[in-house]
Design a protein around this ligand. Structure first.
Ligand code: COA
Length: 322
């Protein structure tokens, strides 16, 4: 008997041209390279120029992922784009990507789950592929958080960056050992005032700025992420020692370390890009995945765990056999 699963056949990413160091930020707000590195592990972030938007970065990442998968845009019948910073309130940025890629007809929509957005998008695309509602999907995380940062607030503006990551996810009829093996998602809206944007179309009529109670977010992140990773591994029937790589949401190096420790995973198995990209919200997991595939750390046959947590709170983990 064959099992229909969604397999990852290509990855891609895109970063804005401008790279900003901690020292550059220290010239703008009362902070220092030392404080940022010690508390977060962040050294650089990329910040979008006026001509770089969530959809242009997403399109560039999608093109690279398509090339890696050996596919052309016309092969795609589903685009799911995770973002909290769309180009416009509507239409969905996914349709802007669709138009830029020249795809005449496909299903295209955005998913909003902030930093967990890529995990949510992956679960949606995986479910649609397994239900035969799609065959070849682009799953993209893309953000321009620089546009919603309060550049006067040193406690938040140093933490985030812009970028995009994409994967091609394709239906595969086989023995079921490859592909997305299990995903587990959660949300707990009781905490939606710990990490939020203070504006929106239906309230202020403005875009708003990001606000966060960093210390409380930190506490929840480690507990939730360790729990959901265990849950997803159990659902996949995999023990933690089978995992080749964890590809976490890149919020803070200390969260990555603490979560790995809680699960008994060696730090060498954790992909870290937060030093180079900072927190790129929904883009961070596919950006880190693409970086680790391109530099040869993650290879075909590896078992990987993707995980993320973000505003809402929302959080999730996915176990993928490459
Ligand atoms: N530079 C220098 N000092 C700063 C600063 C900065 N960029 N940001 C804050 N501070 C100061 C604060 O004003 C405070 O000073 P005070 O003691 O005089 O009031 C001091 O540093 C400690 O602030 P606090 O917020 O308690 O620091 P912290 O140890 O909790 O570290 C974070 C702050 C944001 C790095 C940490 O809470 C964190 O990483 N949280 C998780 C955030 C996250 O990843 N969110 C996204 C999840 S998707």
């Amino acid at each position: 008997m064959t099992i229909r699963r969604a397999v990852v056949t290509g990855t891609g990413s895109a970063l804005p041209r401008t790279r900003v160091s901690n020292a550059d930020l220290a010239a703008r707000v009362d902070t220092s390279d030392e404080w940022i590195v010690e508390r977060t592990g962040i050294r650089f972030r990329h910040i979008a120029e006026a001509d770089e938007t969530t959809s242009t970065l997403a399109t560039a990442a999608a093109r690279t992922a398509l090339a890696a998968a050996g596919r052309v845009p016309a092969d795609i019948d589903l685009i799911v784009l995770a973002t909290a910073t769309p180009d416009q309130t509507f239409p969905a940025s996914a349709t802007l990507v669709q138009a830029a890629l020249g795809i005449d007809d496909c299903v295209a929509f955005d998913v909003a789950a902030v930093c967990s957005g890529f995990l949510y998008a992956l679960q949606v695309a995986d479910s649609m592929i397994r239900a035969s509602a799609a065959t070849r999907a682009l799953v993209i995380g893309s953000e321009t958080f620089s546009r919603i940062l309060d550049w006067e607030d040193r406690a938040t503006c140093v933490l985030f960056g812009d970028g995009a990551g994409a994967i091609v996810l394709e239906a595969d009829e086989g023995d079921g050992t490859r592909g997305v093996l299990a995903t587990r998602l959660h949300a707990d809206g009781r905490h939606n005032q710990l990490l939020y944007v203070d504006g929106g179309p239906s309230t202020t009529g403005t875009v708003g700025k990001l606000r966060m109670k960093g210390r409380e977010v930190f506490r929840h992140a480690v507990t939730n992420l360790a729990a959901v990773m265990s849950e997803a591994l159990d659902a996949a029937g995999m023990a933690a020692d089978r995992v080749d790589w964890v590809v976490p949401h890149q919020a803070n190096a200390r969260i990555l370390d603490a979560t790995a420790r809680k699960l008994g995973l060696a730090p060498e198995k954790v992909v870290v890009t937060v030093d180079q990209h900072a927190n790129t919200s929904a883009a961070s997991v596919p950006l880190a995945l693409d970086a680790a595939i391109r530099d040869g750390r993650i290879r075909p046959g590896h078992l990987i765990v993707l995980e993320a947590m973000g505003g809402g709170f929302t959080w999730g983990a996915s176990v993928v056999q490459l």
